[in-house]
Design a protein around this ligand. Structure first.
Ligand code: 26Q
Length: 814
């Protein structure tokens, strides 16, 4: 939407310089000449924030005036990364500010590079939430994120002696200029205590003797491209109410009062790393409940400020649950409608269901959330009652449709039988939503056929697919300014709002000039990355080598191990004096969950291979391996634009979608991938000739598993190359000390018959890699195919994905 000129707040250069001076002087209490870079970063950020705030207030005024339907994106994770550069670019103020500051001998790029990442997420799911906020604002939609203001984001990863060690991430130790605190708007959230008897027929219930947690909101402004719309991400910190603790203080229990305060404040202390598999962790449950309760209070307050009756809630509010982590929203919204607003249970449930929708991000059985019933009974007793009432009514419907089908009742029940009983959050989310979606075509199909076939049979119309997308503003404009400039010089800048316009590059690709320019941009990005990798690891990379990149969380199903075995294969061949079709640099980055032993062992192996290759002169002429520590958004922004080859090699059927695959293709890397997640759609988009697809397909993986026909020993017997690699892995060649440190990996591959079929795909993978290396040697032909990846992946914009949600799920167009 376009603003009238008088509505715009001008980006006035003089005002900006003055604001920076003001923040340094009065904010920090320093003279300009005494400031540190950190002071300047803060001052420049706060000065930029003034523009954001003006436009945020203006956006809010417009939305209220139109009484527009709002979307709330509930997520325990928002992987925002840095904000200064992105905000300035979205406000079209980046160049102005750079000039203004340069006049004062301040280097804006250097300041931007100092900003700590807001790493409030684990990986794909959290980054997706951040991309969607960018797109919501860019499309001019009133869409807001709700989450937790973690004091510590995902841990920092340091590598010592080939091993991962975790360090706290204190991203806002010095305060964050991007968080606007609102202590004047606290919300009170009851927890623990006792529920009264479960009311008959779903009448209003009661809940006594609760403790109260107080949520303090902090708002992070989110600017859309062009700056016309600025939305916000509202993050809550947990604390206690002063009045509440006064009771304890007055009893003279001074220390206990403080202990309680500290215990409560733990709730927003730290982000749980994914793969925190130990189930039933009370603190995680408290986090999930706390932020959902804060969000719903805020949402209903905003709604009831304007509307007398809650009947119209679904017409004005859509709430998206990012995985099952916020699934208690079903019970909490019901509780508010029934217990606080006196609605009949049946009507409240219709409203709840019409308001909520749920996105599934995983099929991995170990990642499906279940909570022990006794824990819910203790922490949120009234919610458990509501869940059981919902389940009772739901199972009655099932029984009416399939009389006597006891097995079906057992499978679909929200409550899983056993000792103890458990609450299945996925089933709760499906029963309590009007829409359930997967995140790629293949994944949504597998959700329907494998994960939830019974619920699909019950409500087929409820199930959708929305293939993920990524924001071109961060992942092209900001991360790859040289490519962005090149594109804009050829087709103008409308691609920034309409990424499918990149298709216009197809005609440019016909001329050799454009392909050479593409190559020059890629090379410059590789030089920049090589500097970073050298600084971080001491490993020198040749910018003319094929940059082969695998960056993502370390997980067995993602099969970094397959890439490691391939690197060993290349190493052994080089040692033999065989020459490769083209030199290659294998670049890895990613964090392992702290207690995920096998993933950490994979990191040790990768670091070991890197070290051994580095020490072998004959090998390092044609091979380099680097493990770059502390993968995070800002590091991704440096790695992705420099990639030639994008490793997307998960076991087919396990990666829900992937989004790094989209970012890499959009930046002109060719994909080396299995037919998994969104790789399938990337292949359809770029064409078979412009991607390397190999390996077992999802159905083949499933049937191999079902008939028990996978024999890792046979795979080794049939492949001499693989046999050599396995032999090399057995000794201590890649280890720092003697012994067989990689024994557990071998045990997993052979004795546990590796459920991810690494060895089954090894030969096909090596063959595809060999083809890629040969193809790469023809630089011009490669550039053409890289260019086609750029030109044909516009559909993977998060603008397209958010528009699909807006039209089909949130129904924002009135
Ligand atoms: C659960 C319970 C306790 C602690 C942590 C968790 C937890 C946290 C994060 C479980 C899972 C996650 C993250 C999952 C995730 O990132 N999934 C990815 O989502 C992407 C966006 O849809 C997909 O592209 C990826 O394929 C999928 O793996």
């Amino acid at each position: 939407m376009n603003l009238r000129p008088e509505e715009r707040v001008a980006l006035d250069a003089g005002d900006f310089a003055e604001a920076v001076r003001r923040y340094v002087h009065y904010g920090r209490g320093k003279r300009l000449e005494d400031t540190t870079q950190g002071d300047l970063l803060e001052a420049v950020s706060l000065a930029s924030r003034e523009w954001l705030v003006e436009r945020m207030l203006e956006s809010e005024r417009r939305t209220r005036e139109r009484d527009a339907k709002r979307v709330y994106y509930l997520s325990l994770e928002f992987l925002i990364g840095r904000s200064l550069e992105m905000s300035l670019r979205n406000l079209s103020g980046y160049d102005v500010v750079r000039r203004v500051l340069a006049a004062q001998e301040i280097d804006l790029d250097a300041l931007c590079a100092l900003e700590p990442d807001a790493g409030l997420g684990n990986g794909g799911l959290g980054r997706l939430a951040a991309c969607y906020l960018d797109s919501l604002a860019t499309l001019g939609l009133p869409g807001y994120g709700y989450g937790i203001n973690y004091e510590h984001g995902l841990f920092r990863q340091v590598i010592e002696n080939d091993e991962q060690h975790e360090r706290p991430d204190s991203w806002r130790q010095l305060g964050s200029p991007w968080l606007i605190p609102h202590p004047e708007h606290p919300v009170s959230v009851p927890v623990y205590g006792r529920a009264g008897r479960r009311p008959r027929g779903g009448g209003p219930g009661s809940w006594q003797d609760c403790r109260v947690i107080v949520g303090i909101p902090y708002d992070m402004p989110i600017a859309g491209y062009g700056g016309d719309t600025v939305n916000w991400l509202r993050l809550y910190s947990a604390t206690t109410a002063d009045e509440f603790d006064v009771a304890l203080f007055n009893q003279g229990d001074y220390l206990r009062a403080f202990e309680r305060k500290l215990a409560t404040e733990r709730i927003s202390k730290i982000l749980y790393p994914s793969g925190s598999t130990e189930s039933g962790q009370e603190l995680r449950l408290l986090q999930e409940y706390f932020f959902v309760a804060c969000a719903l209070r805020d949402i209903l307050r905003r709604f009831t400020d304007v509307h007398a009756s809650l009947e119209a809630l679904p017409d004005r509010v859509a709430i998206q649950m990012n995985d099952t982590h916020p699934a208690l929203a079903v019970a909490e919204l019901m509780r508010m409608l029934v217990d606080e607003h006196g609605l009949p249970f049946e009507r409240a449930f219709e409203i709840t269901r019409a308001t909520l929708s749920y996105t599934n991000h995983t099929l991995l059985p170990e990642a499906l959330e279940v909570w022990p019933r006794p824990l819910l009974a203790r922490v949120v007793p009234r919610h458990l009652q509501i869940i059981e009432e919902i389940n009772f009514r739901f199972l009655s419907d099932v029984e009416r449709r399939w009389p006597g089908d006891v097995d079906r009742l057992r499978r679909t029940s929200i409550i899983e039988e056993g000792h103890p009983k458990k609450v299945r959050m996925g089933n709760l989310a499906v029963v309590g939503s009007h829409s359930v979606n997967g995140v790629s075509r293949l994944h949504s199909e597998l959700v329907r056929t494998r994960l939830l076939p019974d619920l699909v049979e019950m409500w087929p119309e409820r199930f959708h697919n929305v293939t993920n997308g990524v924001t071109p503003r961060r992942w092209l404009l900001q991360a790859n300014p040289k490519l962005a400039d090149l594109i804009t010089r050829h087709i103008g800048d409308r691609w920034l709002r309409d990424l499918e316009r990149l298709r216009e590059l197809e005609t440019e690709l016909a001329g050799p000039g454009f392909r050479a320019d593409l190559r020059a941009v890629k090379r410059a990005n590789k030089v920049r990355l090589a500097e970073i990798v050298y600084a971080e690891t001491g490993i020198p990379l040749d910018p003319d080598a094929l940059f082969d990149v695998q960056v993502k969380r370390i997980h067995l199903y993602k099969r970094q191990l397959l890439a490691a075995l391939h690197a060993i294969h290349l190493f052994l061949r080089a040692q033999d004096g065989e020459s490769a079709p083209h030199p290659r640099a294998c670049i890895f980055a990613g964090k392992a969950a702290p207690e995920y032993f096998m993933a950490k062992l994979v990191i040790r192996l990768l670091c070991g291979i890197a070290r051994v290759v580095d020490a072998e002169p004959r090998a390092r002429e044609q091979l380099r391996v680097a493990f770059v520590p502390d993968y995070r958004v800002s590091l991704a922004e440096a790695i992705i634009p420099a990639a030639d080859l994008s490793e997307q090699i998960s076991t087919a059927g396990f990666e829900a979608s992937g989004t790094g695959n989209m970012k890499l293709a959009l930046n002109g890397a060719l994909t080396m991938g299995t037919l998994d997640g969104a790789n399938v759609e990337i292949r359809d988009a770029v064409g078979e000739e412009n991607i390397y697809i190999f390996g077992l397909r999802a159905e083949e993986v499933a049937s191999l598993r079902a008939n028990g026909a996978y024999d890792p020993h046979r795979a080794v017997a049939e492949s001499p190359a693989l046999a050599r690699v396995i032999e090399a892995l057995k000794g201590s060649l890649f280890a720092r000390a003697a012994g067989e440190p990689f024994g557990p990996l071998l045990h997993h591959l052979f004795d546990e018959r590796d459920p991810y079929f690494v060895l089954a795909d090894f030969d096909a993978y090596c063959a595809a890699q060999e083809r890629a290396a040969r193809d790469y040697a023809d630089a011009d032909a490669w550039s053409l195919r890289a260019g086609r990846n750029i030109a044909r992946t516009g559909w993977f914009s998060s603008d397209r994905a958010v528009r699909e949600y807006a039209d089909r799920i949130w129904r924002l167009g009135r």
